[in-house]
Design a protein around this ligand. Structure first.
Ligand code: NAD
Length: 300
C-alpha cells in the first residue's frame, strides 16, 4: 500500500526533469496524477505535448492512473481548467505540486522587458494561479463540512534564497514563491491545507550547463544529481505523515535534505527616539557587530 493511496494530484511541468520524476513517484505511491506540461523550450518558447504524453504513458504502463493536461499554468483560465479537470475526473483534488518553470538568465543591464515578464509570469503567477483555484476548491469543501487534507508543494530555488547574479527575474520569482509559501500556509491551515516549498538541485536541461561535470552521473556511483532524488521529499510532504509540516522550505538533492530558516535579526540598534543618518553611520560597527556589512555569502 503506497503512502498516497486514494489521493489525487496535479504536477505542473511534469513532462520532463524534476516534475516528471515527481509525477512518477506520486503515482507509484498510489496517487492519481494529472500530468501538466505545455512542452515549452527551456526559455519558455513553443509547445510540445509529447513529453507530457510520455509521462502519462509511463505511469499507466507502471500500473498507475494519470491524465494529460497540456495547458499553460501561467494563464488564469488554464489554471482554473487544470484544477477543474482533477475535480471532474476524480471528484476532488488533494495534492498540488507547483513545479513548471523556465529560465532566461541575463545580467540586469542586459535583461529586456519580456525576459522579466515571462519568467515572473510562468513561475510566480503560475504558482499563484494554480494555488488560488486549489484554495477555492479546498475552502468550499471545508465550508461544506468536509474534512479536507490538502497539500501544496511549491518549487523555489536557492537562487531566490541566496540571490545569484544573472538571475534577477528568476531569483525574484523564486524568492516570491518562498514568501508566498508561508503566506498561503498561514491562510489555508484553517481549512486543513499545508503549503511547503522545495529548493531542489538536479541535473535537468535547466541546469546541465550550469552544474557541468560536477553533476555528471558516474558508473557504479550514487547519482546524486538525478531528479529522482528530489521526488521522495515531495511525496512525503504530500502524504498524511506530513500533516504537521507547514510553511517550510527545504533544500534537497542526492541524499541530503535541509530545512531552511529565513530572515532573522542579526544585529540591532535600539533606543526610544529616531536616529539621524549621521548617528546611524557612527553606530555602523554596533549594527554589524556580529556579521559583515558586505554581500552575504552565496552558499551553493
Ligand atoms: N534543476 C534544478 O537544479 C533546479 C534548481 C532550482 C529550482 N528548480 C526548479 O525546478 C522546477 C523544474 O525544473 P527542471 O529543472 O525540471 O526544468 P525542466 O526544464 O526540465 O522542466 C520544466 C518543465 O516545465 C514546463 N513548463 C514551462 N512553462 C510552463 C507553463 N507555462 N505551463 C506548464 N508547463 C510549463 C516545461 O515544458 C518543462 O517540461 C522549476 O520550477 C525550476 O525553476 C530546478
Amino acid at each position: 500500500m503506497g503512502m498516497l493511496e486514494g489521493k489525487t494530484a496535479i504536477v505542473s511541468g511534469a513532462g520532463r526533469g524534476i516534475g516528471r520524476a515527481e509525477a512518477l513517484l506520486l503515482a507509484s505511491e498510489g496517487a492519481k496524477v494529472i500530468v501538466n506540461d505545455v512542452g515549452a523550450s527551456r526559455a519558455g518558447e513553443g509547445k510540445d505535448v509529447h513529453p507530457a504524453e510520455q509521462t502519462v504513458q509511463d505511469i499507466i504502463t507502471a500500473g498507475g492512473e494519470a491524465l494529460l493536461n497540456s495547458g499553460d499554468v501561467s494563464s488564469w483560465a488554464g489554471a482554473e481548467a487544470l484544477v477543474a479537470q482533477a475535480v471532474d475526473a476524480w471528484g476532488k483534488l488533494d495534492i498540488l505540486v507547483n513545479n513548471a518553470g523556465i529560465l532566461r538568465d541575463k545580467m540586469s543591464f542586459n535583461m529586456d522587458e519580456s525576459d522579466w515578464d515571462d519568467v515572473i509570469r510562468v513561475h510566480l503567477k503560475g504558482h499563484f494561479a494554480l494555488s488560488h483555484f486549489a484554495a477555492v476548491h479546498w475552502r468550499n469543501r471545508a465550508k461544506a463540512g468536509e474534512e479536507v487534507s490538502g497539500r501544496i508543494i511549491n518549487t523555489a530555488s536557492e537562487a531566490g534564497l541566496f540571490g545569484n547574479a544573472g538571475q534577477a527575474n528568476y531569483g525574484a520569482a523564486k524568492a516570491g514563491i518562498a514568501a508566498m509559501t508561508i503566506i498561503l500556509g498561514r491562510e489555508l491551515e484553517r481549512y486543513g491545507v499545508t503549503v511547503n516549498a522545495i529548493s531542489p538541485r538536479a541535473r535537468t536541461r535547466m541546469t546541465e550547463d550550469l552544474f557541468g561535470d560536477m553533476a555528471k552521473a558516474e558508473a557504479g556511483k550514487f547519482d546524486a544529481f538525478a531528479p529522482e532524488n528530489v521526488a521522495p521529499l515531495v511525496a512525503f510532504l504530500a502524504s498524511e505523515e506530513a500533516a504537521d509540516v507547514n510553511g517550510q522550505n527545504f533544500v534537497v538533492y542526492g541524499g541530503s535534505v535541509w530545512v531552511m530558516q529565513g530572515w532573522q535579526p542579526a544585529g540591532e540598534l535600539k533606543r526610544d527616539s529616531a536616529w539621524t543618518p549621521k548617528e546611524l553611520a557612527d553606530n555602523k560597527s554596533t549594527l554589524f557587530a556580529t556579521r559583515s556589512s558586505g554581500l552575504p555569502p552565496f552558499t551553493f
